[in-house]
Design a protein around this ligand. Structure first.
Ligand SMILES: [Zn+2]
Length: 272
């Protein structure tokens, strides 16, 4: 495979080496052509772009890679709890919005739904309304803020009822630190944390709330100390930490391979 030398033959690179004059994304172009949309202002086909859900051609495989890595990490952390641990990992699924979690998980004992809705609305008002949200906002701002809060989806929730502690867990798989989409992801995670954690803090002051972000770097790059600190906070057995990290890194590489394979297949298909 061409990626073997650490070089991904995205259009941006091909253009740099004078093999292509056009740096716009070939996959996005084809996807737009297929649905009869305009091919004006195509994004650049950079490594970061094709590794993001913002690429029309890659969003399915990139999203699948994200779920694949996170589902396994979450399950392995849950399975490696110390026997004394009173932490409970709430299993997130497609339906796990704050709304369903509050009903299914008996979170009424943390604080009432009404009081959380009230506190959350105050915080949601401080978070900007995005272009795609504008219509719903104009229809009814109060309901919009409430719904936006209850529709937020943490990647995971870990709770210790005895100690009155709750962490939301967020997983990110950035591919290029200089790309805009990473900033968008950071913003999303921060916005989510701000809304959920701050609302909970004011609604249930006797509890402790926090958010833990897990960031998978490029294939083979995980910040070890940071990762182990988080495992410790989550009561993972000391003897299992290395094994979890190793398996996690293998899955990151495996997922990266799958994503790259999908990219090359599509680029090859494009030439025909
Ligand atoms: Zn694209």
């Amino acid at each position: 495979m061409m990626a073997i030398a650490g070089i991904i033959l995205v259009a941006k690179w091909l253009a740099k080496t004078k093999q292509r004059s056009d740096v716009s994304c070939r996959l996005c172009k084809r996807a737009r052509e297929q649905r009869g949309a305009s091919t004006e202002n195509l994004p650049e086909e950079t490594y970061g772009h094709i590794n993001s859900a913002f690429c029309d051609g890659m969003s399915t495989s990139v999203t699948a890679a994200h779920h694949f890595i996170w589902r396994h990490l979450y399950a392995s952390m849950q399975a490696a709890q110390t026997s004394a641990s009173k932490l409970r990992f709430v299993i997130p699924d497609k339906e796990s919005s704050m709304n369903t979690l509050w009903q299914k998980e008996d979170f009424e004992q943390i604080c009432s739904r009404e009081s959380l809705t009230e506190k959350a609305a105050d915080i949601e008002k401080t978070i900007g309304v995005k272009e795609h949200e504008r219509e719903r906002y104009n229809f009814d701002p109060t309901i919009f803020y409430e719904n936006r809060f209850w529709n937020r989806r943490p990647d995971g929730i870990v709770i210790n009822k005895n100690r009155r502690t709750l962490y939301t867990l967020e997983f990110k798989r950035p591919s290029d630190r200089n790309e805009d989409f990473l900033r968008v992801k950071e913003d999303e995670a921060n916005e989510q944390r701000k809304s959920i954690i701050e609302a909970l803090k004011t609604a249930a002051p006797e509890w402790t709330f926090g958010q833990m972000n897990f960031v998978a770097g490029r294939c083979g790059v995980v910040v070890e100390d940071d990762f182990f600190n988080k495992l410790e906070k989550l009561n993972i057995q000391a003897g299992k930490k290395d094994k979890i990290l190793l398996a996690h890194m293998q899955r990151i590489c495996e997922a990266h391979d799958t994503v790259m394979r999908s990219y090359y297949q599509q680029v090859q298909g494009h030439k025909k």
